[in-house]
Ligand binder design. Structure first.
Ligand SMILES: NC(=O)c1ccc[n+]([C@@H]2O[C@H](COP(=O)([O-])OP(=O)(O)OC[C@H]3O[C@@H](n4cnc5c(N)ncnc54)[C@H](OP(=O)(O)O)[C@@H]3O)[C@@H](O)[C@H]2O)c1
Length: 342
């Protein structure tokens, strides 16, 4: 079974290896209904009882599939997201790729972080999930990375526009247990902390074996304010799972990896090889050594990937591996490492 860790501010316990369900919204490739069901069932049976989804994932498809499987279970923790409403669009048909998803759900995504937008998103998610309860709500993709010059306006929807107030109302009433941000950048999380008490942040890609930019200011702020952190993008879009020994393209941050990233991964992989350790296992286990981190949630799109991921998570890695990564300057000297806990 997978151990659980507790969100500091709420007491909610979630499995430290969780299930990223973007895959079940047909991220990049179609996943059949049967395969989706078998994949989530295999993960739940293995103890990955924390599941993260979002309206965006397959324009509602992931939420529908996840809800159908979680309906009769009492032992799971579910997060979904607010910030995008799904509006019907009759002009859409077929399962050509849209925003990365091969889903034929005929909905367009419209950003809305306002009070009423948050409330409607929450209600819509309950209906799509077919569930009476959502445990965690993340504000999805708020920040400059997604919204560029429109950041001030979209962020103001959360502050003066009442989006944060809506989330506080849901938490205060017990409708949800916790809320936070689900983003690929930590700067906006610090900005949000100036306005509201977050319980948890889902941070993708910014605290990984390859990149620890969250270490100096963001993670200490989380510890100081008892904000728990869930790690997405532990493989930085794939390059830390596949390694760089085979021919490319290698994927980093949703695109083709630049040469300096390929070279850095080559060095990480060489140290792992020296210790007989799979790079993917080191990447999966690395973020869990930080005391603010409560879970790491790889995307899982097949039963084989569930089995492989469990094995990577359970793999015993030598303390010397972590020490060498540190002494060769491949991870930040200050970062807590699993070897430190040994
Ligand atoms: N803004 C947000 O809130 C946000 C952003 C990003 C992620 N998330 C959450 O985090 C979850 C995980 O997302 P992620 O970005 O980390 O994507 P991921 O699906 O975990 O991994 C990214 C890439 O790594 C590849 N990969 C994974 N395991 C592998 C293995 N063992 N061997 C070879 N390749 C492997 C995957 O390939 P395959 O497709 O073949 O598996 C995929 O292309 C999402 O489902 C979502 O729940 C949230």
């Amino acid at each position: 079974m997978i151990p659980k860790r507790t969100l500091a501010r709420t007491g909610l316990a979630i499995s430290e290896l969780g299930f990223g369900a973007a895959s079940l919204g047909n991220l990049y490739r179609p996943v059949g209904d049967g395969e989706a069901r078998a994949t989530l069932e295999a993960a739940l049976a293995a103890g990955l009882t924390y599941v993260d989804t979002a309206p965006r994932y397959g324009h509602g498809l992931s939420e529908r599939r996840v809800g159908d499987l979680l309906r009769d279970r009492k032992d799971t923790v579910l997060s979904t997201k607010v910030g995008r409403l799904l509006t019907p669009d009759r002009s859409l048909s077929g399962d050509g790729e849209r925003y990365g998803f091969r889903s034929a759900m005929p909905f367009e995504q419209v950003y809305d972080y306002s009070h009423d937008g948050v409330m409607r998103s929450y209600e819509d998610s309950l209906q799509r999930l077919g569930l009476a309860r959502i445990d965690i709500l993340y504000v999805h993709d708020i920040g400059r990375l997604t919204h560029g010059d429109d950041h001030e306006r979209t962020f103001a929807q959360l502050t003066t526009g009442g989006g944060f107030r809506a989330l506080e109302r849901l938490r205060d009433s017990g409708a949800i247990n916790a809320f936070g941000l689900g983003v690929n950048e930590w700067q906006v999380c610090l900005e949000a902390m100036d306005h509201v008490d977050l319980d948890v942040v889902l941070l993708a890609g910014r605290y990984t074996l390859l990149e620890q930019t969250a270490l100096a200011t963001f993670l200490p702020a989380c510890l100081a304010r008892r904000v728990s952190v869930v790690i997405g993008g532990a493989y930085n879009s794939g390059i830390l799972a596949s390694g760089v020994k085979r021919d490319g393209p290698h994927y980093y941050d949703y695109g083709q990896a630049p040469d300096d990233i390929v070279e850095r991964v080559r060095r990480l992989e060489a140290v792992c090889d020296r210790h007989g350790a799979p790079l993917a296992a080191a990447a999966l286990q690395f973020p869990l050594a930080h005391p603010a981190v409560v879970s790491v949630i790889p995307g899982l799109g097949s039963v084989a990937r569930v089995d492989q991921t469990r094995a990577l998570y359970a793999r015993k890695l030598p303390a010397d591996l972590w020490r060498d990564l540190r002494s060769e300057g491949l991870v930040d000297a200050e970062t807590p490492l699993p070897g430190d806990l040994a």
